[in-house]
Design a protein around this ligand. Structure first.
Ligand code: SER
Length: 393
């Protein structure tokens, strides 16, 4: 069985053998001037080059990039979503086109990683009022003998309402039992692992599309998802990446149910990586995302047992995470911040209890109460709900 490290090496080596330069793996913090809080996709650090600036390492690139998405927070805990995850990427900056990228993608997944061709399904852009269907990708997949499903919205990639965008082709692998059924759009046992974007346009604020002078290919493969498929695991949490978490946490916090165990592992691992990239908790911006992750962890832990504390967190878990992401922060500093945040959270809980014991708050809180408690006393809704469950409100 391939380990995560072997899978990463195989991917990067495959593209290096095909003339791609390896770029250093980037931090979660985007470069100055980038409006996003965190890097959300492997292409992020390449934005100026995808827009046309020549890249010092040439026109074929590959890398491994850590990413963070808060848009998926509610899905964290299912089999495939994580807050911090890694993407393996390949890029053609105005060099080869979509068919070559798709052919290499198939070659790597099939003979490279040995995925059964019967478990692969792809989707392509089916066209809309502005852009015609992606016939080229459709033809490429048909020649390779892979089943194709055209869609409109699911096969258009953009980084936001304006900016770089283009049609994409997504590769799915069947993760259900037995013979694959249905198509990726109608059966979510088809899990998306690799997205190939034909990055050909820039969208302007009025919605119009401008063709880039030099079309690019931007691909991103979800590392943890591929690992769970290749290691034959039902979820990303059962892979070697999470093995220390799922071994050390259950005996420590007994009776944590599976969804809570997954959430706590994801959020503590993500918090460690964010801290490792130099962010500290704060009332806004990146620091607030970090604070929310730590507080969500604490509410999840305390809901079942109010005596649980992050001071019991085994140091190996922090070491393992920093090691995996090759971060040089002192693990003791990570621990200090986590415990400091826990203390602040406890003080906030104490204050919240006092405020909520006021007779003006009835059995059930109104929307007005929530707003008042937030705006006047700085108590977030999550925390009020938590205190409510404590007092049986
Ligand atoms: N930018 C594309 C994505 O995030 C491919 O890297 O899916």
């Amino acid at each position: 069985m391939l380990t995560t490290d072997q899978i990463v090496r195989t991917f990067l080596e495959f593209f290096r053998e095909r003339g791609h330069e390896l770029m250093p793996g980037g931090s979660l913090i985007p470069s100055p001037g980038d409006p996003v809080l965190f890097t959300t996709s492997g292409m992020h650090p390449l934005t100026p080059y995808l827009r046309g600036q020549p890249h010092p390492s040439g026109r074929r690139l590959t890398n491994r990039q850590r990413c963070l998405r808060t848009t998926d927070l509610d899905e964290v805990g299912d089999d495939t979503h994580l807050t911090v995850f890694e993407m393996l990427g390949s890029w053609s900056l105005g060099d080869y086109g979509g068919p070559q990228s798709l052919q290499w993608g198939y070659e790597l997944l099939r003979p490279g990683f040995g995925i059964d061709p019967g478990r692969i399904h792809v989707t392509v852009f089916g066209g809309d009022e502005q852009v015609e269907p992606d016939h080229e990708s459709q033809r490429t997949w048909e020649q390779l003998g892979v089943p194709v499903e055209p869609t409109t919205h699911d096969n258009w990639w953009s980084n936001g309402p304006t900016g770089l965008c283009g049609p994409d082709s997504e590769i799915f692998v069947w993760t259900g039992p037995g013979i694959p059924q249905g198509t990726p759009t109608f059966d979510d046992r088809w899990v998306e692992v690799w997205n190939h974007v034909m990055m050909r346009y820039v969208r302007h604020p009025d919605g119009s599309l401008e063709s880039l002078p030099r079309p690019n290919i931007d691909t991103g493969l979800g590392l943890e998802r591929l690992v769970s498929i290749l290691q034959n695991k039902r979820s990303v949490y059962e892979t070697d990446l999470f093995q220390p978490w799922l071994t050390l946490l259950p005996p420590l916090w007994e009776s944590l149910d599976e969804p809570s165990l997954r959430l706590v592992s994801d959020h503590l691992r993500s918090s460690t990586v964010i801290l490792g990239d130099g962010v500290t908790p704060s009332p806004n911006g990146r620091g607030y995302v970090l604070r929310r992750l730590i507080r969500r962890t604490l509410t999840t832990l305390r809901q079942q047992d109010p005596t649980r504390s992050l001071s019991d967190l085994p140091p190996e878990l922090i070491d393992h995470t920093l090691d995996h992401f090759q971060q040089s922060i002192d693990p003791v500093d990570v621990r200090t911040v986590l415990l400091d945040e826990e203390r602040k959270f406890d003080l906030l809980l104490e204050r919240g209890r006092k405020i909520l014991s006021n007779k003006r708050f009835g059995e059930t809180l109104s929307e007005h109460d929530y707003r008042y408690l937030h705006d006047t006393h700085g108590l977030p809704r999550e925390l009020i709900v938590f205190l409510g469950s404590e007092s049986g409100r």
